[in-house]
Ligand binder design. Structure first.
Ligand code: 5GP
Length: 219
């Protein structure tokens, strides 16, 4: 082996690999935000891609952590300067994925989690198919989805009606995703999401350390 170590740490089973763009999409209320939080807490190899949005912060949301909250004018400027990987209008606001350091970090083996909708998923897929793994989270039923939205109650009744309507639209895109998981029980759903991520990390094409490893293995 040359000067470049092919093992990212002392674990010989852990070869260098290319990072992936892990997309979780669902209608709001299907549990995606909870699952994202659980994944970020449990897995140090994945970081959240923080989107920019023109939507005002909800209670408890922190600028730079949950979103980059920007003005309409700033969003226009970012679009003009080609700062986005993808962007889309969602409800009455715009949301976008800033390019930032993602491309270089993927080469270093850093994975990114994307909490984006089907429009963003299509755009990312078109731009960088090889790095994208997309998972769609379905609610067990529409009644349950409404119950969860009402329970959350951060939005007024009208907004919940709008979100239910939009949920139907969002769900209609399920077949564009690589994986579909029903979130009946959040722990079981989380376990499935992690299995998907683990398996995708082991894809031969992502394991850039394999060729030198096998070369050494074979003497
Ligand atoms: P919320 O306002 O509830 O945080 O998000 C509303 C919707 O916008 C969600 O479906 C979320 O996945 C989507 N979204 C958040 N960030 C982005 C982004 O950067 N790009 C796209 N296309 N959708 C996003």
């Amino acid at each position: 082996m040359g000067d470049t170590p092919q093992h990212t740490n002392d674990d010989p089973g852990h070869l260098n690999r290319r990072g992936l763009m892990f997309i979780l999409s669902s209608p709001s209320g299907a549990g995606k935000t909870t699952l994202s939080r659980m994944l970020l807490e449990a897995d140090p190899e994945i970081a959240l891609s923080v989107s920019a949005t023109t939507r005002p912060p909800r209670k408890g949301e922190i600028d730079g952590v949950h979103y980059h909250f920007v003005s309409d004018a700033k969003f226009d400027q970012m679009v003009e300067e080609d700062d986005f990987y993808e962007w889309a209008p969602v409800f009455d606001h715009r949301y976008g994925t800033p390019k930032g350091l993602i491309r270089n970090a993927l080469k270093e083996g850093q994975d990114f989690l994307f909490d984006i909708d089907w429009q963003g998923t299509q755009q990312l897929y078109q731009k960088d198919q090889q790095d994208v793994v997309s998972v769609f989270i379905l609610p067990p039923s529409l009644e349950e989805l409404r119950r969860r939205l009402e329970e959350r109650a951060t939005d007024s009744g009208d907004v919940i009606d709008g979100r239910m309507e939009r949920a139907r639209g969002e769900i209609s895109h399920w077949a564009e995703y690589d994986y579909v998981v029903i979130n009946d029980d959040v722990d079981a759903c989380f376990a499935k999401v992690r299995e998907i991520l683990d398996a995708e990390r082991m894809r031969r094409t992502r394991q850039t350390g394999l060729i030198p490893f096998v070369r050494e293995l074979m003497g």
